[in-house]
Write a protein that binds this ligand. Structure first.
Ligand code: ATP
Length: 247
């Protein structure tokens, strides 16, 4: 059984039909790259999986560890172990690094107190483990998040997602706007997260960087899957790369 199984979904923003019979499988413990041009539907796919609205899924199904999560709201999907790190890397700029990392815990306690039972048996990563994975955050525990560089904010957004009981991380363009050296730091961190047993779905414009660390890959165009295979197969497939990724 796949960790994530998307089966023939059609997704819409109002009447605008974006994803067309899109299917994909992500196996436990792998990095799967989801690639495609601007506007191909990558973010829309992540939003459908995470239960963010809009878009609206009108056909097909999404299963996570065998459970049907199609159409469930984000607040029900997240506790089952799926964390979305959106493109805008929402960190709280006036809080310190450490305060940002404490937020998932605070939010959990508050919702428990108000009777919303959070159905989870697992806990997220400890603060120490996050600092081990991201030494830069460790050095900057007391710095306000708004003054971090773009790469550091990205690390903080990922670190915060990992403080939740995450089995699957959905990363939307984590390399955007980062210098090559910082991309490498984020890449190593993503690999360590995979090596700790978590599953990663990685959306990227930077197809070369994404396929370097990915195990499997999907390419979508106009909301349809046009390639599905291993990352090595994609690296060797000149035609697909040129036609849909421009590399
Ligand atoms: P990029 O790489 O540019 O981020 P993407 O592959 O992630 O692109 P999506 O953001 O999923 O693409 O967008 C797919 C299509 O859906 C685009 O044509 C976009 O204009 C449209 N779209 C996205 N969000 C909305 C929305 N809230 N309302 C209406 N249309 C939308």
């Amino acid at each position: 059984m796949s960790m994530l199984s998307v089966d023939g979904i059609d997704a819409y923003y109002d009447e605008s039909h974006i994803l067309r019979e899109l299917s994909m499988e992500v196996e436990e413990g792998e990095i799967c790259a989801l690639l495609g041009r601007n506007g191909a539907g990558k973010t829309t796919t992540l939003r459908c999986i995470a239960g963010a609205t809009p878009p609206q899924v009108r056909r097909g199904s999404i299963r996570f560890r065998g459970e049907d999560i199609t159409g469930q709201p984000a607040e029900d999907v997240a506790p089952q172990g799926i964390s979305l790190v959106p493109e805008e890397r929402r960190v709280f700029p006036n809080l310190t690094v450490e305060e940002n990392l404490h937020l998932p815990e605070v939010a959990r306690n508050v919702s428990n107190r108000f009777g919303r039972s959070v159905a989870t048996t697992e806990s997220g990563m400890s603060l120490d483990d996050v600092y081990d994975d991201f030494p830069r955050l460790d050095e900057r525990r007391n710095q306000t998040a708004g003054t971090l560089s773009g790469g550091e904010q990205q690390m903080l957004a990922i670190g915060r997602a990992l403080r939740q009981p995450t089995q699957m991380l959905l990363l939307d363009e984590p390399y955007e706007g980062l210098a090559p050296q910082i991309i490498e730091t984020v890449e190593r961190a993503i690999e360590r997260i995979r090596d700790s047993g978590r599953t990663i779905l990685l959306v990227e414009q930077n197809a070369v960087a994404a396929t370097e660390i990915a195990d499997s890959a999907y390419v979508i165009d106009a909301g349809e899957v046009v390639f599905d295979g291993t990352a090595d197969e994609l690296a060797a497939d000149e035609e697909t790369r040129q036609r849909y990724l421009g590399v």
